[in-house]
Design a protein around this ligand. Structure first.
Ligand code: AMP
Length: 459
């Protein structure tokens, strides 16, 4: 199949050919006709397979076919994402795909000044890409008018429908017209999330190009068992195999990420951290420096797992395993994108054995286990039912005061201290922690089912 045969506007075909896209990816081939036909859609595809273009192209095509109105144009499409980085990435793609069209877009997220956003909204834009929290701020001060939105897209829909974002999302849903097209894109769709989505979609079509929770088969996985105390040295050893290779390293905590960067820098490696305690400017700079090659190692918490799209990122290293197995899928989805080869390396200590067990169960595969000579663990990993898990971290003074600026969630979510856990929350399904990034404590608590706190997707 070609993009041409999908009936996309010539201006889009030109941009795609300039971007070097030869043919649609499977999710694009499946989703684009449904979107062009005007259907609501739930589209499941693994991360890095071209989901952004799968909704952006038909969206741009439809807007390009609508006669231009005179004067200030209303917002016709709203795309919501759980993280700022993803919002920025989506808008960048929209600009690329739409560069030969007269369609304007802007991105709205928290952690930066309101000025530019107000200016863009006042001028009038066709497409807004936003994280929920800042969008609600604009709604409250009436600087955004969503009453003419024809198409609503929820990217990473599983996170958007999670309890951290749900109250904010409900407010946004109330502000867009009920008669609209709604598109949900996600790598993972739990049955409960699907059921919830049915409540605000109209007769949605479903397309799925891969079974849920699988990862690209171009990625090779490797586990290096190691004692926790030796992980940092092993990381240096692994990085030294190819010191020029751009490497994304995941750390479970913000503090751990900062410590790791200091350690890498003291070993002469150019490294930067990206996590929720950093200002938005610092996050943008770290990502920019990594993309440009100014730093070779980017150490990220799970906040960065979505929205980082780096051409040919060859390797992702899990310095710590994530507390929630689904996050492994999102983390390593940063490599092996668009059919390229990728490597996922996990440094796993005995106390993380239970987390490794969860990941193997989720992926339904044993991950190759290779002890590195000189770093063999004194206590081997344990993968039976009694496999240990890391202890919960002590609560921060002030009830999670390490929170950084919120990303999504919005007012109600922020006040959500006593809201309780809604019944739709699937067991074991991670909260909006890639945005919230509140660390393992919060996730574990929610997994256990007893939490009442919602930080509203704060980053
Ligand atoms: P996404 O899943 O939207 O984050 O896309 C993952 C990567 O695939 C991005 O770098 C895109 O630029 C790239 N991509 C998307 N569609 C295509 C295509 N049809 N051909 C080649 N690359 C693509």
């Amino acid at each position: 199949m070609s993009f041409d045969s999908l009936g996309l506007a010539p201006a889009l075909l030109r941009a795609l050919s300039e971007a070097g896209y030869e043919k649609p990816t499977p999710i694009q081939a499946a989703a684009i006709p449904e979107v062009l036909a005007g259907h609501d859609l739930m589209a499941a595809a693994q991360t890095g397979t071209g989901k952004t273009a799968a909704f952006s192209l038909p969206l741009l095509h439809r807007l390009a076919s609508t006669p231009l109105r005179e004067g200030r144009r209303p917002i016709s499409a709203l795309i919501l994402t759980p993280t700022r980085e993803l919002a920025a990435q989506v808008q960048e793609n929209l600009r690329d795909y739409g560069k030969h069209l007269r369609i304007s877009s802007t991105v709205i997220f928290g952690g930066v000044g309101m000025g530019n956003q107000l200016h863009a909204l006042r001028r009038g834009v066709d497409i807004v890409v936003a994280t929920p929290g800042r969008l609600i701020d604009h709604m409250q001060q009436r600087s955004v008018d969503l009453s003419k939105v024809d198409v609503l897209v929820l990217d990473e829909a599983d996170r958007m429908l999670d309890m951290g974002f749900l109250p904010a999302l409900k407010r946004i849903l109330a502000a867009v017209p009920p008669k609209r097209q709604t598109l949900l894109f996600s790598a993972t769709f739990a049955p409960e999330i699907k059921a919830l989505a049915q409540q605000f979609m109209r007769d949605p079509r479903e397309v799925s190009t891969t079974p849920a929770n699988t990862v690209a088969n171009t990625i090779t996985h490797r586990v290096h068992p190691v004692d926790a105390a030796r992980k940092r040295d092993l990381l240096l050893h692994v990085l030294a195999q190819d010191s020029r290779r751009q490497t994304l390293v995941f750390s479970r905590t913000k503090h751990g990420a900062d410590k790791l960067v200091r350690h890498l820098e003291s070993a002469g490696i150019r490294a930067a951290a990206i996590h929720g305690n950093k200002s938005q400017n610092a996050r943008t700079r770290a990502l920019g420096d990594f993309k440009s090659g100014k730093v070779t190692v980017l150490v990220a918490t799970d906040i960065a797992a979505r929205g980082i799209d780096i051409d040919q990122l060859p390797v992702v290293i899990n310095f710590d395993l994530p507390m929630v197995a689904e996050d492994y899928v999102h983390r390593i989805g940063r490599t092996g994108r668009a059919g390229s080869e990728g490597q996922a390396i996990s440094l796993v200590s005995h106390d993380e054995s239970g987390l490794l067990r969860d990941i193997r169960r989720l992926l339904k595969t044993d991950l190759e286990m290779v002890a590195v000579a000189g770093f063999e663990p004194s206590t081997p990993l344990r993968l039976d039912a009694g496999a240990p898990r890391p202890k919960q971290q002590p609560r921060q003074a002030g009830g999670g005061s390490s929170r950084a600026p919120r990303e999504g969630g919005g007012q109600q979510a922020r006040q959500g201290g006593g809201q309780g856990r809604p019944s739709h929350r699937p067991h074991g399904h991670p909260p909006a922690a890639s945005a919230g990034d509140a660390g393992p404590k919060r996730r574990r608590r929610r997994r256990g089912g007893g939490s009442s706190a919602s930080n509203g997707g704060k980053a």
